[in-house]
Design a protein. Structure first.
Length: 105
């Protein structure tokens, strides 16, 4: 069996190296944005099966950031109350974690 897994055709070692790179160089964590973009370009090239050239970055092609900002109006009060009620019932019937003092059926 091939050592690559089903996630973008990368080996577990490559994924671990990528995650370590992101933890270290992400701009939200104080890293350099240019270095981070270059690392993302290398990761995408590896995932596509290409050998990335050092020092070459892929163009920023994410069109989501080019769209204008759209302000969404608030929902009417009865709708917001209904959504809150549905979420409350769902949280009580489908808890995410076991809570002390509750018994499992």
């Amino acid at each position: 069996m091939d050592a690559r897994n089903g996630r973008a055709g990368l080996t577990p070692e490559q994924r671990a190296a990528y995650r370590s790179f992101v933890r270290t160089h992400h701009p939200d964590r104080g890293g350099d944005p240019e270095v981070f973009r270059a690392g993302l370009a290398r990761y995408r090239a590896l995932a596509a099966g290409q050998v990335p050239e050092p020092g070459v970055t892929a163009p920023h092609d994410d069109r989501r950031y080019d769209a204008p900002i759209e302000i969404v109006p608030d929902l009417p009060l009865p709708t917001r109350v209904l959504v809150a009620l549905i979420r409350t019932v769902r949280r009580r019937t489908h808890p995410r974690v076991d809570r002390p003092g509750t018994s499992q059926p």
